[in-house]
Write a protein that binds this ligand. Structure first.
Ligand SMILES: Nc1ncnc2c1ncn2[C@@H]1O[C@H](COP(=O)(O)OP(=O)(O)OP(=O)(O)O)[C@@H](O)[C@H]1O
Length: 297
């Protein structure tokens, strides 16, 4: 099958900084992929290269086996970037119509406005919209070409909770039609909830690539949280099954390789109460993957 996105050994340097470092990434038709990583990991630079906005210093980016500029000219790609000029004097409907007119094929503008939650704002001047509403205009402009691939760089930044929920409901419908979606995000819950696959970047490289469950499994074990005023942290660290102990006010947080053994010992040898046992989540994996990089650099 022809991959929708293929990055092969892509490298980008800015002076002494290697923003993207020999990146290989292949994304198949219909996949919904989150690009996750700490600030400066190279996510935006990767997106810029795969959209043909920045030229790689080494390697090649292909969309549908075509140079990015050609795939975009054919209307096969819709993109929503973090910033980027919106003409402030046009109305919402006019700017989406303009975006449609620039495409070889397009969806009905009214349908796209509805999808982006802009039907009631169609006549409003773009310059008068709130930041979140302008994000929705960018979303409508990305959808109007009826693209096979949608690329979104931090699409929900600036949206309130309800607008984020509505955005992802719309995206879920869109991807349900077999579209491929790649989005960069800082929101772990969004990557967890909406992506089939998470590509974790650090220092310009892919350091983990898999489903949310596979990424979470990189940090094994569970945590135990308990109220235990005046706890002896060294004694807790020596309990069976415990790897690490942190103090949080009157509470303690134990990171455990064997939470059953740790819990048994905690209950029999201490007055701990209000005990909670939790599986470690994507946030723990994020911190662990980011910290590994800090240690290696
Ligand atoms: N135009 C540029 N000139 C110089 N350095 C740049 C430029 N663009 C990016 N960089 C550097 O390249 C690295 C990667 O930046 P990039 O914006 O791709 O990361 P990111 O993962 O998108 O970060 P964030 O999550 O903060 O948006 C950073 O160290 C950044 O400072």
């Amino acid at each position: 099958m022809t991959p929708t996105i293929a990055l092969r050994g892509v490298t980008k340097r800015y002076g002494d900084v290697t923003a993207v470092d020999g990146l290989d990434l292949s994304i198949q038709p219909g996949e919904v992929v989150a690009l996750l990583g700490p600030n400066g990991a190279g996510k935006s630079t990767t997106i810029d290269m795969l959209l043909g906005l920045t030229r790689p210093d080494g390697g090649a980016a292909r969309l549908f086996e075509l140079p990015p500029v050609e795939a975009i000219a054919r209307g096969r790609v819709g993109a929503m970037l973090q910033s980027g000029g919106l003409l402030p004097d046009l109305s919402v409907a006019e700017i989406v119509e303009l975006a449609a007119a620039l495409q070889p094929k397009s969806r009905p503008v009214a349908q796209v406005l509805e999808r982006a939650g802009l039907a009631d704002l169609a006549k409003r001047r773009v310059g008068k919209l709130s930041g979140g509403q302008q994000q929705r205009v960018r979303f409508a402009m990305a959808l109007v070409a009826d693209p096979e691939l949608i690329v979104l760089d931090e699409p929900t930044t600036g949206l309130d909770v309800e607008a984020r929920r509505a955005f992802w409901a719309a995206m879920r419908d869109e991807s349900g039609h077999g579209r491929t979606v790649l989005f960069a995000t800082h929101y772990l819950d969004e990557a967890d909830a909406y992506a089939d696959r998470i590509v974790f970047m650090r220092a310009g490289r892919v350091v983990a690539d898999g489903t949310a469950a596979q990424i979470k499994a990189l940090v094994s074990g569970r945590t135990i949280r308990a109220t235990l005023p005046g706890a002896d942290l060294n004694a807790l660290a020596a309990l069976p099954g415990v790897d690490e102990v942190e103090s949080r006010g009157d509470a303690v947080l134990l990171t455990c390789r064997d939470s059953d053994a740790a819990l048994r010992a905690l209950l029999t040898s201490t007055p701990a109460r209000d005990i909670e046992v939790n599986a470690r989540g994507l946030e723990d994996a994020f911190v662990a993957l980011t910290m590994e990089g800090a240690a290696a650099q």
